[in-house]
Ligand binder design. Structure first.
Ligand SMILES: Cc1ncc(COP(=O)(O)O)c(C=O)c1O
Length: 404
């Protein structure tokens, strides 16, 4: 017989750091009939979403929209700007920075992967995976590159595998201080519409993002926000590209269309998402995520478990990484919590597999969904025999009640 608490009822708790839970308002918008993607009605939708995206990316320049996951937009950023054998400087902040670097190598680029050296003695986790991008290391490396072989600096803004949000402005300052002409390319696939982000003001040349995180949509759309310098570079870049080519997509997008069939119903969802974000106001959206994150971190501190982000100023508003005690398999705890409480948490990826789990606090959630999530985690940790210092649930209740 299935235990009573395991009969499926109520909604599954999707508390991974993306795909995030999709608000009903967006689900309803996506349920409209599919229209002709070459018709006049469609052009209105296309132009509207591009104008809205420019507000969210904080840019006056083109934002290319791809019917692809975020990985596609990573490839688009490199394929449009680089030539075979070009050198790119990347920074190891976690699993996603590592994957982008691997992709660059597969595309025939010469990558340099800088990292903070060492391992944290208390947790056994690499220091690079507990801290953000070190702009001073990037600056030093660029100063040595007097021949300007390095064509681009690529960094991840919100490292979804660790819960660390890097300071992009400091990277721009380091590039400028070195007097280096490299492009700055930033992945904010999980940061956009959760954390402050300013494509133009921060001097980013290509920003890569995706639909399934702060935009609260299902996976399937991704973006390249461009600078005039990036567009200019694309004219002489020689890596092969067709599907990803900016020239065609930017030209067609400007009229509200695509060179191929776009994901129409996801674009209805995107239009609704942008309305919601702009109605609330981006500063309020960021403050909402920061407050949720603080409530969740309060719970982790009360449990007495280490938060993976070791730099207080860089704690992610999107997710919190929780390191389990040495010898305790974080994935076994996740499985237990999933099976008993119908709650999905993010798994540890790459170098932290089995050492941590991730709690997402983005998308369609509120104080009480987070309280339920923390209750599920606390019950799971206790059932798994992890000794906790105190109740994270009580700490989070106090925080949310006291912090309107
Ligand atoms: C920071 C970051 N970069 C890249 C990706 C890859 O995007 P996708 O899985 O949509 O291809 C992800 C996915 O979670 C991510 O969080």
């Amino acid at each position: 017989m299935i235990p009573l608490n395991q009969h499926p009822s109520g909604r599954h708790f999707l508390q991974i750091p993306g795909p995030s839970p999709v608000p009903d308002r967006i689900l309803r918008a996506m349920s409209l009939p599919t229209i002709d993607h070459r018709g006049p009605e469609f052009a209105h939708l296309g132009k509207k979403v591009i104008a809205g995206l420019q507000q969210v990316f904080r840019t006056r320049h083109p934002v290319a929209i791809y019917p692809a996951s975020g990985t596609g937009a990573w490839e688009a950023a490199l394929a449009n700007t680089m030539s075979p054998g070009d050198a790119v400087l990347m920074f190891e902040t976690g699993h996603f920075a590592t994957l982008w670097q691997k992709m660059a190598r597969r595309l025939g680029l010469e990558t340099e992967f800088l990292a903070l050296p060492g391992v944290d003695a208390a947790t056994g986790v690499p220091l690079a995976w507990r801290h953000g991008v070190q702009a001073d290391l990037i600056g030093e490396r660029l100063k040595q590159d007097s021949a300007h072989r390095i064509q681009a600096v690529c960094v991840v803004h919100n490292e979804t595998s660790t819960g660390v949000t890097s300071d992009i402005r400091s990277v721009r300052r380091a590039i400028d201080a070195a007097g280096h002409p490299a492009l700055l390319m930033v992945d904010t696939i999980s940061g956009l519409a959760c954390a402050d982000y300013r494509h133009d003001e921060w001097g980013v040349d290509v920003t890569v993002s995706g639909s399934q995180k702060g935009l609260m949509l299902p996976p399937g759309i991704s973006f390249n926000a461009l600078s005039p310098k990036a567009l200019e570079r694309s004219k002489s870049a020689r890596l092969p590209r067709a599907y990803w080519a900016w020239d065609e997509i930017v030209e067609m997008n400007a009229g509200g269309y695509w060179p191929y069939t776009p994901n129409t119903n996801l674009l209805y969802g995107l239009s609704e998402s942008l309305d919601m974000l702009i109605e609330q106001g981006l500063p309020q959206v960021f403050a909402r995520h920061a407050r949720w994150a603080e409530g969740v971190r309060g719970a982790v501190r009360a449990w007495g478990l280490p938060i993976q982000c070791a730099d207080e100023a860089l704690n992610s508003p999107v997710l919190t990484g929780v390191i389990t005690p040495q010898g305790v398999d974080a994935d076994a705890i996740r499985k237990l919590i999933h099976d008993r409480f119908d709650l999905s948490l993010g798994t540890g990826l790459g170098k932290v597999k089995g050492r941590m789990f991730r709690i997402g606090h983005l998308g369609d959630c509120n104080d009480l969904t987070l309280m339920a999530t923390l209750a599920g985690v606390e019950m799971g940790l206790r059932l798994a025999g992890v000794r906790l210092q105190g109740s994270g649930v009580a700490a989070a209740m106090d925080y949310f009640a006291a912090t309107p």
